[in-house]
Design a protein around this ligand. Structure first.
Ligand code: NAD
Length: 260
């Protein structure tokens, strides 16, 4: 039980990677908060965890809204007293060539990925300082925190930006034992990726099969997708690691697509 009684907020946890992280944290004894735009799906994910013996609550949260983030964190504090782990995971994907990228879509991407990470961090850091126990803040980056791909200017910019936020939070958090790290997954077959396959096929003028083989998995060592559980295990490592020895870091989990 690596997270026994730790209060863990996971944003975007009603689906995909966040959902698997929430389940894994609950399995390890964490008190898990499923925070998502989609309240009904968040509630269903929390109910499923409770049904299998875990502890979970759902909160409605649009990570781009300071008001909603603060209200949801206040709800968590009212229920469970503090926050020990934050996984800033909520995210979307929008692809266009840069010269055609609608400015509104660009702003939406940066708001969800960067404003969301900032606002949730800002809300939990005072709680981690006050508890005296510190905490672990985990940002869901991507191989695109370190590498670029065509059509993804906003995503690549946002995911690189998270690296800067992480390093700063790690430096500021040191004296309070607040650790910050980034997980950088390769392609994981979640709804976010399923949506991109036909979009990229259209934009690049190639078949959907070729998008998977020749674009998404081209540089992996084995042509395999990374799984939600692969990413959840890394999220468990960062959340359960108790000292400042592991802070300000980023770990790529991508079947060798990107090697440092
Ligand atoms: P997903 O679409 O399965 O889940 C994303 C969740 O985020 C959804 O439940 C959605 O409701 C929620 N969400 C979206 N906007 C929100 C907002 N404004 N406020 C709160 N919640 C919001 O996607 P996923 O693939 O699990 O992606 C999760 C994270 O992992 C994202 O940050 C994504 O960029 C990152 N990532 C995904 C992959 C991949 O291949 N799937 C690879 C690297 C990184």
């Amino acid at each position: 039980m690596k997270l026994k009684d730790k209060v863990c907020i996971v944003t975007g946890a009603a689906s995909g990677i966040g959902k698997a992280i929430a389940q894994t944290y609950a399995r390890e004894g964490g008190k898990v908060v499923i925070a998502d735009l989609n309240k009904a799906a968040a509630q269903a994910a929390a109910d499923a965890i409770r049904a299998s013996g875990g502890t979970a609550m759902a909160v409605a949260m649009d990570v781009t809204s300071e008001e909603q983030v603060d209200a949801a964190v206040a709800e968590v504090v009212a229920a469970w007293g503090t926050v020990d782990v934050l996984v800033s995971n909520a995210g979307i994907q929008i692809v266009h060539p840069v010269e055609e990228f609608p400015f509104a879509d660009w702003k939406k991407m940066l708001a969800i990925h960067l404003d969301g990470a900032f606002l949730t961090t800002k809300a939990v850091v005072p709680l981690m300082q006050k508890s005296g126990n510190g905490g672990s803040i985990i940002y869901m980056g991507s191989v695109h925190s370190k590498e670029a791909s065509v059509l993804k200017s906003a995503y690549v910019t946002a995911k690189h930006g998270l690296m800067g936020l992480c390093k700063t939070v790690a430096k500021e958090g040191g004296k309070h034992k607040i650790r910050a790290n980034v997980i950088c997954p390769g392609f994981v077959r979640t709804p976010l990726v399923e949506k991109q396959i036909p979009e990229q096929s259209k934009a690049l003028g190639i078949s959907e099969e070729d998008v998977v083989k020749k674009v998404m998995l081209k540089d992996t060592v084995d042509g395999e997708f990374t799984t939600v559980q692969d990413v959840a295990e890394v999220a468990l490592l960062f959340a359960g690691f108790e000292t400042n020895a592991l802070t300000g870091q980023s770990l790529v989990v991508s079947h060798g697509w990107f090697m440092q």
